[in-house]
Design a protein around this ligand. Structure first.
Ligand SMILES: Nc1nc2c(c(=O)[nH]1)N[C@H]1C(S)=C(S)[C@@H](COP(=O)(O)O)O[C@H]1N2
Ligand SMILES: [Mo]
Length: 295
């Protein structure tokens, strides 16, 4: 099946396009990666591309939802990713070379933001555990810390000096190794739009959006739990359970419901964003009531 997707050809279609600063770049994947049948349906309608592409959080380009025009300044070619820390094979690898090594597929995932809105996106990408296999994390690699590009020339948000740039987030290695943890390089059958975090962003579908950093250029395997962008800024607000359990309210937003983008619907939020069957086992030994836990 992977060979049939023509992974090499898909990778070759990714970088190197001179993109006009249009709203929605039109590059197509050739050939289109196959939809993984296990993720063909997220139980809700896929959010319209335009709706999704014009409602984003990407603070590097401004702290409001309408950053898609500004984000077209992002330079994604060439793009190099540093993978370092507690690994046997640290590397600095170009986006094209990385893609040529990864099995690319399409998956439809639910996405929920801690601000209580949600969407459904048809992502194209590969499982993070395949990237991990490439660098061989050591037994000391307990967490994965990722970092977003911070380029003052193209990212006006970086002038907001009170934010702890660069945007970083961390996740336990066990979460990163879970087959649902996905590195996204495309969406809606196309190369990833810049506002979605081109050329590569993370999607861990049972965790809320702020964990899913965009435009990743460094991945470090570490022993100590990394403190992410939002935790550093507002330590009291983004604890673990508030991130996955609708019964734990964020201090400024109830987490019980969510507004489905592009519809008038408000629906109940599900434990682990509806992925409990797959992931609850990861947390079975954890204190289920503490607000102090951080991941
Ligand atoms: N680098 C970076 N990554 C980021 C953010 C950001 O501001 N900067 N915002 C996060 C938040 S809060 C959400 S909800 C999602 C939004 O993804 P979307 O714009 O594709 O919906 O990106 C996440 N990744
Ligand atoms: Mo978010």
């Amino acid at each position: 099946m992977l060979a049939a997707m023509g992974v090499g050809a898909a990778a070759a279609a990714l970088p190197g396009r001179a993109e006009a600063a249009n709203r929605v770049p039109e590059e197509a994947w050739a050939p289109k990666p196959a939809l993984n049948p296990s993720f063909a349906d997220a139980g809700r309608a896929v959010t319209a591309e335009r709706t999704n592409a014009e409602y984003n959080n990407f603070y590097e380009f401004g702290s409001h939802k309408g950053i898609y025009r500004a984000a077209q300044q992002l330079r994604t070619d060439p793009w190099t990713i540093v993978i370092d820390g507690e690994v046997s094979k640290p590397m600095e690898i170009g986006m094209e070379d990385l893609l040529a090594k990864m099995p690319i597929e399409e998956r439809i995932y639910r996405h929920r933001c801690v601000e209580a809105w949600s969407m459904v996106a048809p992502w194209i990408g590969f499982e993070l555990r395949h990237l991990m296999a490439l660098v061989e994390p050591t037994s000391k690699a307990r967490y994965v810390r990722m970092e977003t590009l911070a380029d003052r020339d193209t990212m006006p948000g970086l002038r907001q000096h009170w934010y702890p740039w660069p945007y970083t987030e961390g996740l336990p290695a066990a979460e990163a190794a879970h087959p649902l943890s996905f590195m996204v390089v495309g969406a809606y059958g196309k190369v990833l739009h810049k506002q979605f975090g081109a050329p590569m962003r993370l999607h861990v579908p049972w965790k809320y959006g702020f964990k899913l950093l965009k435009s990743i250029n460094r991945i470090s395997f570490v022993e100590e739990r990394p403190v992410g962008f939002w935790e550093e800024l507002q330590g009291a607000e983004y604890g673990f359970w508030a991130n996955v359990n609708p019964e734990f309210d964020h201090p400024r937003w109830t987490q019980a419901e969510e507004r489905v983008l592009g519809t008038g619907d408000k629906i109940p939020t599900q434990l682990y964003n509806g992925y409990a069957e797959e992931v609850a086992g990861l947390y079975k030994d954890m204190d289920q009531s503490s607000r102090e836990l951080w991941f």
